[in-house]
Design a protein around this ligand. Structure first.
Ligand SMILES: Cc1cc2nc3c(=O)[nH]c(=O)nc-3n(C[C@H](O)[C@H](O)[C@H](O)COP(=O)(O)OP(=O)(O)OC[C@H]3O[C@@H](n4cnc5c(N)ncnc54)[C@H](O)[C@@H]3O)c2cc1C
Ligand code: FES
Length: 310
C-alpha cells in the first residue's frame, strides 16, 4: 500500500462557479433499463433508454436515479450518478456505479425491461474552452466516470488527451476501456504498487506536460490529485476544473443540502448540484500560506447561490 502524504497547494485557492451556463432543462423519465451487470470489484454498468437526456447531456453532468420502484417506499431519495457515456443512435445513457449502501445495492436488483425514474441532465458541465490545446484528466475510483465524456468530446474536436486513472489495485480500475476506445492515452496507477503516489505523479507530469496556459486539467474523485493539479497549474501554467461530490437529496438546487461549505464574505456557499459539480479551481500566486477557500464572484454566481444575499 502506498503511503499517501498530503501535497499542500503552494498558494491561495479559489473555487469558482464557471462562467456561462448552457445546460438544458432537466426532464423526468421512467427510463427502461436496457442492461445492468456486474463488471468488476464493487462496480456495475447500467444502461437506460433515455433519449431526451442522452441528446443533451454534457461532460461532467449527472442524473438522479431513484432506486425505489413504484410500489417501494425506500430508498426515498434519488442518488446522483455521472453520465459515463451516451449512445445517441440508440438513445442510451451509460452509468457505472459502485455499490456502497442501500441505494446502490438496490440499483443492482434492476433487470432489463424494468423502468427506473431518472432525472437529468443536472449540474454544470466541464468547459472545454476553445483554445484548449491539451487536456489532462486526473481521476480516481468512481470519479473517473465524470471525466469520460470530456475525453470523448476532446478527441472529437482533435484535442490531445492524457488520462491518469488512479485506483486501489488493478482489480478495481475502471474506465480505461472507454478511454482507449476513443484513442485516449491512459495510464493506470495503483495504491497496491505505489504508482499512485502523488509526488511521483507530480514529478512525471511536471517533466512531460507542455508549458502553456492552454492546458486544461480536469480532476474528479481525489483531493490529493486536486492539490497536485493545483501545484501543476502554478508550475506549468495550466487551468483546472474539478468535479466535486456531495450527498444530494434533490440535485435541483432546492434543498441546499449539498452546499460546499466554503463561504466568502458576501456569498452563500456554492451548491454542488447547481453551481457545480464542475467548478473552476484557481490557484493564486500571492500568498505563502495555503488554504482552501471558495470565493464566488457576484457576477458569476447562479441565482441559487445568491439567494442568501438577496
Ligand atoms: C455529481 C455526482 C456524481 C456521482 N457519480 C457517481 C457515479 O458515476 N458512480 C457512482 O458509483 N457514484 C457516483 N456518485 C456517488 C453516488 O451518488 C453515491 O455513491 C451514492 O449516492 C451512494 O448511495 P447509497 O444509497 O448506495 O449509499 P449511502 O447509504 O447513501 O451511503 C453509503 C456510504 O457512502 C457514502 N457516500 C454516499 N454518497 C456519497 C457521496 N456523494 N460522496 C461521498 N460519500 C458518499 C456515505 O457516507 C456512506 O458511508 C456521484 C455523486 C455525485 C454528487
Ligand atoms: S442536492 Fe438539493 S440543493 Fe443540491
Amino acid at each position: 500500500m502506498a503511503a499517501h502524504t498530503e501535497m499542500t497547494v503552494q498558494g491561495e485557492v479559489e473555487l469558482l462557479p464557471k462562467l456561462g451556463d448552457t445546460r438544458a432543462t432537466p426532464t423526468w423519465h421512467e427510463a427502461p433499463v436496457v442492461g445492468n451487470r456486474h463488471i468488476a470489484d464493487r462496480y456495475w454498468a447500467l444502461s437506460l433508454h433515455a433519449p431526451t437526456i442522452a441528446a443533451v447531456v454534457q461532460p461532467g453532468q449527472f442524473v438522479m436515479l431513484t432506486a425505489a420502484r413504484r410500489h417501494q417506499a425506500t430508498p426515498v431519495l434519488p442518488r446522483p450518478m455521472a453520465v459515463y457515456d451516451v449512445n445517441l443512435a440508440d438513445g442510451l445513457l451509460h452509468i457505472l456505479y459502485g455499490v456502497v449502501g442501500a441505494g446502490t445495492t438496490q440499483l443492482t436488483s434492476f433487470s432489463p425491461g424494468e423502468e427506473m425514474l431518472c432525472v437529468g441532465p443536472l449540474g454544470r458541465a466541464f468547459d472545454l474552452v476553445p483554445d484548449t490545446r491539451h487536456l489532462v484528466l486526473l481521476g480516481r475510483g468512481i470519479g473517473i466516470c465524470s471525466l469520460t465524456l470530456l475525453a470523448k468530446q476532446a478527441k472529437l474536436i482533435g484535442v490531445p488527451v492524457t488520462a491518469i486513472s488512479s485506483s486501489r489495485s488493478p482489480d478495481s480500475a475502471i474506465g480505461s476501456d472507454l478511454y482507449r476506445a476513443h484513442g485516449v492515452h491512459v495510464r493506470e496507477v495503483y495504491d497496491s504498487d505505489g504508482s499512485s503516489h502523488v509526488q511521483r505523479l507530480y514529478d512525471d507530469l511536471e517533466r512531460t506536460m507542455p508549458q502553456e496556459q492552454s492546458t486544461l486539467i480536469a480532476v474528479c474523485g481525489s483531493r490529493r490529485l486536486l492539490q497536485m493539479a493545483g501545484n501543476l497549474a502554478r508550475s506549468r501554467g495550466a487551468q483546472i476544473q474539478v468535479s466535486l461530490e456531495a450527498h444530494m437529496a434533490c440535485g435541483l438546487g432546492y434543498c441546499h443540502g449539498c452546499a460546499t461549505g466554503e463561504r466568502s464574505a458576501t456569498d452563500e456557499s456554492p451548491l454542488i448540484c447547481q453551481d457545480g459539480p464542475a467548478f473552476s479551481y484557481v490557484v493564486q500566486e500571492t500568498t505563502t500560506s495555503s488554504r482552501f477557500q471558495a470565493s464566488v464572484s457576484p457576477s458569476r454566481s447562479s441565482p441559487q447561490s445568491r439567494s442568501a444575499t438577496g
